[in-house]
Design a protein around this ligand. Structure first.
Ligand code: SF4
Ligand code: FES
Length: 252
């Protein structure tokens, strides 16, 4: 175990624990935007900044990527930390003024206006969608393209992807709701990724419910009875409720 101090409170954590997790163990709340338990940390948004004291030197670092060390002293609420986080959020707010999570953080931090040029973008370039698609779905449909002000997340050649399974994991983790997905009759349309996928209809109710490609992907990953993949969640639930009812009435 490693022993460190955060805001004057002592905590012991296992080797490999991040400062963010050590702080959470102490009940210290550090804001995050690009961090997600399920994927590797990336350190993109910098709203989780903390100050690490080493002898007479102190430095700012992202707590989601910084590993705890023996004897480490961390400050999560020093004036320098709070000011730096505020600046990061102000920059994000200038980039994505309509993003609810960013607006919410800004409100909590007392940011009333932005001193930077407003951009009206939707993506904060946190890379969560890229990491989820790569590390969890193992599809690597999207990635960063360009540099500097033109950096964005895209499919190769900004064209329809032939590896996207349409699962929507990217959209579910996006902190700014920048990834647009809609369904039209028998199609799932991932507008942001220029991709359209055919949906499968439920064997029982006939409703289109899941992209065929996603089903194929699941079949390869999990061994389950074929029927599981043919029936929508509602019909599965109804059939399960029916079975429970039959058990209760003694019909089974
Ligand atoms: S689209 Fe969303 S999840 Fe992907 S990088 Fe942009 S803000 Fe992050
Ligand atoms: S949450 Fe740590 S850099 Fe974004």
């Amino acid at each position: 175990m490693l022993n460190l101090t955060i805001d004057g409170k002592k905590v012991s954590v296992e080797k490999g624990t991040t400062v963010l997790h050590a702080a959470r163990k102490l009940g210290i709340e550090i804001p995050t935007l690009c961090y997600h338990e399920g994927v590797s940390p990336y350190g993109a948004c910098r709203v989780c900044l903390v100050e690490v004291v080493k002898g007479i030197k102190t430095g700012l670092t992202t707590s989601c990527t910084c590993l705890a060390e023996e004897g480490m002293e961390v400050k999560s609420d020093s004036p320098r930390v709070l000011e730096s986080r505020k600046l990061m959020v102000e920059l994000l707010l200038a980039r994505c003024p309509e993003a609810e999570k960013v607006k919410d953080l800004a409100r909590k931090m007392g940011i009333e206006g932005v001193r930077f040029k407003r951009e009206d973008k939707e993506c904060i370039l946190c890379g969560l969608c890229v990491r989820v698609c790569q590390e969890i779905i193992e599809a690597s449909v999207i990635g960063f393209i360009n540099r500097g002000a033109n950096r964005e997340v895209e499919t190769p050649f900004q064209a329809q992807s032939d590896v996207c399974i349409g699962c929507g994991a990217c959209s579910s983790v996006c902190p700014t709701e920048a990834i647009k997905i809609k369904e039209m009759f028998d199609k799932r349309i991932l507008e942001t990724w220029h991709t359209e996928l055919e949906l499968k209809s439920c064997k029982i109710c006939g409703r289109y419910f899941v992209p065929k490609k996603e089903l194929e992907h699941l079949k390869e990953k999990i061994e389950l009875p074929e029927d599981i993949f043919e029936i929508c969640t509602d019909c599965k639930r109804k059939s399960l409720t029916g079975k429970i009812g039959e058990i209760k009435t003694g019909a089974i």
